[in-house]
Ligand binder design. Structure first.
Ligand code: DOR
Length: 427
């Protein structure tokens, strides 16, 4: 980023994160870092933080920014700004673009372009196989050298178990995270929603939980076999959770995430044949939402991965069979979970912050987010006091529609800093 960050004071703000609570302070940022607390001026910028919470900006290990190739849905600029509006300071972008991010030049190109965008920091993933074809392994070492932080064919399951094994062997040597889209392609078949009472009622092809559980088992087994750090994306059901729990108990190097939609919506949301909530893996039942919530609250799920998956409104307005899978959510992810989990007292604010900060940092093997002086000034100011309605036309994402339109939520980000530079301010 080009502009020089200014010396900033955020006055009278409650400073806390997933593990620390420093109480009400004046936080001072300079040279891209937290300089300290309750320091003397002069300051170039002063922000009134009274009644607000200042915390480490969030980390999202799973976003689709669509550039190159699908800029009509999202691009780096809109996606990174939308992420900052959601309180995120760092996002890991998926490789299912056109062309696919499968070579080092593309990784470098993304990083160069993102460096000039005032928004969240970009840490790109690269694909595990060339062209997401599931056949030839990409050059993991060269991709890592170029700046890729993860290998994943997300969007498409890696069907060939030996390909998965070889990729994990490389990744284990390099210390790279392998993220999986764990769905057995043949069991999943042409399913467009969860297989169960609702899919039967609607007469739509179902995708059973077993398709997910079987593949999660394989992917965890390969993690145990190779020692690779395998991250299971978007876990949606009790069976898959049980598998992850069992492997974790054996000491396998596996982690997992849940998405905001799988924690808040069920397959009943599709009852009006609304492809807006068509997503892969699919929304499940109320029982699964409860199982995910319990595991998330208990810390058995490592973090939130938004799987922010923007498409155009025209694409999402097609019929249930033709519309693409995916929900855009990065700007509402945190307030949505404040409203559904913290407000009713199911989990503390600190525990939720942990799943957006330390949780994903641990998954990625990055330094723990910290509020200590000297730490990077990647910060977000949150308003927990006032409810605000989801108004998709105000989104910075190109996907200006949302399953949560009209919902009144607490916990909206008010301002986000990345490297001490203000990259988002709610108007
Ligand atoms: O619903 C989804 N949409 N799931 C994925 O795994 C991919 C994503 C996309 O790229 O649209």
């Amino acid at each position: 980023m080009t502009t020089q960050p200014l010396r900033t004071a955020i006055r009278g703000v409650h400073v806390m994160n997933g593990t620390e609570d420093l109480g009400v302070r004046t936080a001072v940022l300079s040279d891209g870092r937290i300089e300290g607390y309750d320091l003397d001026g002069p300051f170039d910028v002063e922000v009134d933080g009274s009644g607000l919470v200042l915390t480490n900006a969030f980390i999202d290990p799973h976003v689709h920014l669509r550039e190159p190739g699908f800029e009509v849905k999202e691009d780096l600029a809109s996606g990174l700004r939308a992420a900052a509006a959601g309180g995120f300071g760092t996002v890991v972008s998926m490789a299912n673009t056109d062309p696919v991010i499968d070579n080092p030049e593309q990784v470098r190109g993304l990083l160069e372009k993102a460096a000039d965008i005032p928004g969240a920091r970009l840490r790109p993933a690269a694909s595990l196989t060339f062209g997401l074809k599931g056949e030839r392994l990409t050059d993991a070492a060269a991709l890592q050298e170029a700046g890729a932080v993860m290998l994943t064919d997300d969007g498409i399951p890696v069907a060939d178990s030996d390909v998965m094994r070889r990729a994990c062997e490389w990744a284990a040597d390099l210390g790279l995270v392998v993220q999986t889209h764990s769905e057995d392609p043949s069991l999943r078949g042409a399913g467009v929603m969860n297989e169960g009472a609702v899919s039967e009622r609607l007469g739509l092809p179902g995708n059973p939980r077993e398709a997910e559980a079987v593949m999660v088992f394989r992917d965890c087994q390969i993690a145990a076999m190779t020692g690779a750090r395998v991250h299971i994306a978007h876990v949606t059901c009790r069976q898959a959770l049980d598998v992850v729990r069992w492997f974790k108990a054996q000491g396998a190097p596996v982690t997992c995430e849940v998405t905001p939609q799988h924690l808040t919506l069920t397959d009943e949301a599709l009852a009006a044949f609304d492809p807006m909530v068509k997503v892969a893996p699919p929304l499940r039942t109320a029982g699964d939402v409860e199982a995910l919530t319990e595991a998330f609250v208990a810390g058995e799920v490592d973090c939130i991965g938004t799987d922010h998956a923007p498409h155009t409104l025209d694409e999402k307005r097609q019929d249930m069979l033709s519309a693409p899978f995916g929900i855009a959510n990065i700007e509402v992810a945190f307030p949505l979970l404040v409203e559904t989990l913290v407000q009713p007292g199911r989990m503390t604010l600190q525990a939720l912050l942990h799943r957006f900060q330390h949780g994903p940092a641990d998954v990625m093997g990055w330094d723990a987010p910290s509020l200590e002086p000297g730490s990077p000034a990647d910060l977000v100011l949150l308003n927990l006091n006032d409810a605000r309605t989801v108004e998709p036309h105000t989104f910075l994402s190109k996907a200006k529609f949302s399953p949560w339109e009209g919902d009144a939520l607490h916990g909206w980000p008010v301002q986000t800093w990345v490297g001490g530079r203000s990259v988002f301010e709610r108007g």
